[in-house]
Design a protein around this ligand. Structure first.
Ligand code: NAD
Ligand code: DAU
Length: 347
């Protein structure tokens, strides 16, 4: 089976690629990635010479290239993760999000529709989405698969739009699809612009920890390998034309989480208690900041038996260990040096 994974050099994509390459030696895994600032082939160093793995540098915004790729490799399955994924960047440059998240997704849908040519047996287009499409919750309640879409940021609006296109291709052309909407992921290989890796990096370097607003915003956190396991399970066993929510049953207010990171890092780095907390700096709030996300992940548990396997305690410990011992990765990413890896690897 030839499977296309898009965005496989990014944070979640690299965990998905590693899992598929390792667990399914009979599959050919093609990782298509444009290597934007968020794509880093160092994330996949350990599996890059596997016989069932191929990296393809390319942009999902280029329809002719995408069509030719589908014709050449006759993909039977697509797991689509490529996206612009950072909310703050979407506020300063919304058009990049429209291009990749909306147009790029439609290009992939068109290519799948053309090459599958109504022969949809054993084919699947799996679109990876986010809980942010549902908008913001108040102090109570959970997002379910039937919660109405209500996106508030250019990022979530672009993801919502791509979800609608995927569903529309299913309804209109019969394209076999599946969508999952997940909460905040954390773990190794996450680019240090998102809350947890940014703050770990800043704590290591004794730099200010910029908490937006009063820090009373709530997110649900899931260890990235649990997300990759859910994606594997859904790709193989999820129902066609269905949506599944994925979450960690693990809500944290930002400020409480940041204080926890500070305490754990003080212990790890042998600093005196309270040292890192003094780095907390309250800064201007994010415009349109969603107050709270929380996921009802009972459908995937009921239908497929999936639930998080890594406790937050354990997941944070692994993440902190990883960022503390992979200083070179962190330095390469923050200095931009990681971009040289591609040139060396694929001269
Ligand atoms: P990421 O930013 O770390 O990785 C995105 C990858 O896509 C990068 O490797 C980048 O080079 C690639 N890419 C970007 N534009 C491209 C283009 N035009 N053509 C080809 N490749 C391109 O993102 P992530 O955090 O790993 O998220 C992956 C997916 O999961 C996204 O679709 C995101 O919306 C979704 N998601 C993320 C989270 C989270 O907490 N990070 C939660 C739920 C859903
Ligand atoms: O919910 C899933 C989404 O989670 C994914 O779809 C997105 O791709 C992913 O980026 C993430 O979005 P968030 O906006 O929730 O993640 P971020 O790490 O940017 O921010 C988490 C919370 O921390 C949010 O309330 C904003 C706050 N924050 C973030 C940063 C970067 C700060 O207070 N300071 C910061 O410097």
């Amino acid at each position: 089976m030839n499977i296309l994974v898009t965005g496989g050099a990014g944070f979640i994509g690299s965990h998905v690629v590693r899992r598929l390459v390792t667990n399914y030696p009979n599959y050919n895994i093609y990782n298509l990635d444009a290597l934007t600032y968020a794509g880093n082939l160092e994330n996949l160093k350990d599996i890059e010479s596997s016989l069932n793995y191929t990296f393809i540098k390319g942009n999902i915004c280029e329809p002719d290239f995408i069509n030719s790729l589908f014709i050449k490799h006759q993909f039977e399955g697509v797991i689509h993760l490529a996206a612009e994924s950072h909310v703050d960047r979407s506020i300063t440059d919304p058009m990049a999000f429209v291009m990749t998240n909306v147009l790029g997704t439609v290009n992939l849908l068109n290519a799948a529709k053309i090459i599958w040519n109504k022969n949809f047996r054993d084919k699947r287009f799996y679109h990876i989405s986010t809980d942010e499409v549902y908008g913001s919750l108040g102090k109570t309640g959970l997002f379910t698969e039937t919660t109405a879409y209500d996106p508030n940021s250019p990022y979530s609006a672009s993801k919502a739009s791509s979800d609608h296109f995927v569903r529309a291709y299913g309804e209109t052309y019969g394209l076999p699809y599946l969508i999952s909407n997940c909460s905040n992921n954390y773990g190794p290989y996450q680019f240090p612009e998102k809350l947890i890796p940014l703050f770990l990096n800043n704590i290591i370097n004794k730099k200010p920890l910029p908490v937006y607003g009063d820090g009373n915003y709530t997110r649900d956190w899931l260890y990235v390998e649990d997300h990759a396991r859910a994606i594997d399970l859904l790709f193989h066993n999820g129902e066609n034309a269905e949506t599944y929510n994925i979450g960690g049953f693990n809500e944290w207010k930002n400020l409480d989480l940041v204080k926890l990171l500070c305490r754990k890092m003080d212990e790890k780095l042998g600093r005196s208690p309270g040292e890192s907390e003094r780095l907390i700096t309250f800064v201007k709030d994010r415009p349109g900041h969603d107050l709270r996300y929380a996921i009802d992940a009972s459908k995937i548990k009921r239908e497929l038996g999936w639930e998080p396997s890594v406790t937050f305690e354990k997941g944070l410990e692994k993440t902190i260990d990883w960022y503390s011992t992979n200083e070179q990765w962190l330095n390469n990413v923050t200095s931009g040096k990681y971009k040289e890896y591609y040139e060396r690897q694929y001269p």
